[in-house]
Design a protein around this ligand. Sequence first.
Ligand code: GLN
Ligand code: ZN
Length: 768
Amino acid sequence: MTRTHTLGFPRMGAQRELKFALEKHWRGEIDAAELEAIGAELRERHWQAQRDAGLDFVTVGDFAFYDHVANHIQLLGCEPSRFDFPGDEPELSRYFTMARGVAHEAGHEGCTHGSHDSFALEMTKWFDTNYHYLVPEFGPNTRFSLASVRLFNEVAQAQKLGHPVKVVLLGPLSFLWLGKEKQAGFDRFELLESLLTVYQQILVRLKWQGVEWVQIDEPILGLDLPEAWRNAFERSYWQLARSAPKLLLATYFSPLSENVRLACQLPVAGLHVDAVRAPAELVGVADWLPAHKVLSVGIVDGRNIWRTDVDAAFARLVPVAAKHKGELWIAPSCSLLHVPVSLEGEHRLDAEVKSWLAFAIEKLDELRVLRAALDGEESAVEAELIAARAAVAARRSSPRVHRADVALRLARSVAGDDRRASGFAERQAVQRVRFALPPLPTTTIGSFPQTSAIRAARAAFKRGELDATAYREKMQAEITLAVRKQEDLGIDVLVHGEAERNDMVEYFGEQLDGFAFTANGWVQSYGSRCVKPPIIFGDVARPAPMTVEWTAYAQSLTRLPMKGMLTGPVTILQWSFVRDDQPRSVTTEQIAWAIRDEVVDLEEAGIGIIQIDEPAIREGLPLRRAGWKSYLEGATRAFRISASGVSDRTQIHTHMCYSEFNDILPEIAAMDADVITIETSRSDMELLRGFGDFRYPNEIGPGVYDIHSPRVPTTDEMVRLMRKAAAVVPPANLWINPDCGLKTRGWPETEAALANMVAAAKLLRSEL
Ligand code: GLN
Ligand code: ZN
């Protein structure tokens, strides 16, 4: 008999109940007890959904009021000491302080970091997902202890409801790996022994509570690990297994590769592998895994929203079932945290596209059907199997998915399509003559404050309360305002301000063929913040210009150069749910051609400078180094395709938010943008050093001030940063700009900051 389970379930609630409750609590409108009650109710509902789908266990421990890693920090008693306030601050309130800082500063949409308060824990992406976790901090003084009973209470809650419980814990090695040393010279690996002691206590306590199975997540087994870390697995798990309930070691997101044998041989009762990301490994795992162990196959894609191809799933599962003599479990590939809750209520969604999808609830039901068929009870699920096969077949042959014109365009592309006509030096010379900008030209990254008036107008337009003419006039008025302000400030290269854009991906997706949008397809990004990624279901093409009218209007208001503003192909892909029926690189290239059309049209409309934002290039890197090269080649090629349809006279900019650039500098250079603007101020310009050492050839605008805070930077500060920049990069190649877009700021601080920035540029120019 096959068993079914899930590695985790979305915690926000189908209507984002948790988000709204959290925000009420933070505003002081509901107290901790009310918030706890809402959390308990959500857990209860989510467990019931798991029972309704016939899962053999409900999963306990996946719930969190902010982030599951933060829960572990409290469970393991390793909150950094700066959160020790005098007096008895309740656990939950310390938890939120740790997550949000004391004077919380709202995160900035689009950037990969949220809270920028020095007090809060740092936040970073959970593997290659768009979920952010709070980074544990480790130092020589870190001590662990079993410090929270929250998990045990949740177990008791589920047991009281009569559910068979499987607890999920983040494994000790992954927990340690995902944290960060806060002291130079200290290696967090040294903490392993003391950490294991507390894990043992937790496991003993769970056993004592009557928990039969604990799913212990060690996703780092899918990473390139240092030898010492790999070697630590065996002894750590020997130590843990001693007194523990049955352990199901869960891995996901990438192939185990050199760790297959290690994972199979650890002294645990079962192993979960991701058969969606690493299908080729499955048979090897079935070979290596001893028969007395449970093999849990992650067969339903937990990272994407497509309905499972049941026949492909059987084709994978049947040989494994034959080979593995022990118990077989089936599950989603990873936690369902990364998909929306349910398709129910998606009335706006195109019916055909909807029939191709499965969100969390539907995925649980797929497990029920798969299990029945595997166990020889096909007849009981005949109708479901027919529907599943029909949906997959329809999607495979739909003309909305496959377009001959798009395929032809890619097939016809030739070697030079991703190259500008001339090399950078020649383009630079032509552009210098054309634009006659002063040295150290000033510009901004694109967006200006998204005031409540702008958002209200956009919402009214969407609801049909504001007609197209009235809406256009309102947006044009905003553009005019932004242009006048920039002219008055003395900025050299202007932007229109992006007032008409809700989001830098959605805005383009809505105008491109091949994209669909859900009404309620929210996925947690961090804390209470959710995103609603577009769904790329078909070949991508651009039926009509997307930004030309707004940009040309903005250019008509000024004699200064107006920079056109686009989102790049990699970023559009990265922040969407993508097709699983063709390689990501093909979809990226299709988007690249659509963006290229827009770039060409902008040039034709007289726009001489065009920025193609690619903040997501770095985060798209595969988890294993072996995949980097081909990913980066595809990503940089896609960018160049989008940028290379124009003449040498047209200046292409790109922009990236804060990221670790140093190990991908050759590829950033290979993008061959005439100008790149990057977020650097919070690294005190240190980030630029790598560009200097690498002798990055093209022009660079290192951000001179942080846009996450309303604080107005002084002219002196920015002069100092630019002097640092000029010491590592030739001043003739430098631009001056803020770190990122200004949409989350208000006008007063924006104007004050930009005035100081322009003053800094003038001062520096006078020294040249
Ligand atoms: N052009 C965008 C803006 O200014 C860039 C946003 C981003 O880098 N995330 O808002
Ligand atoms: Zn940015």
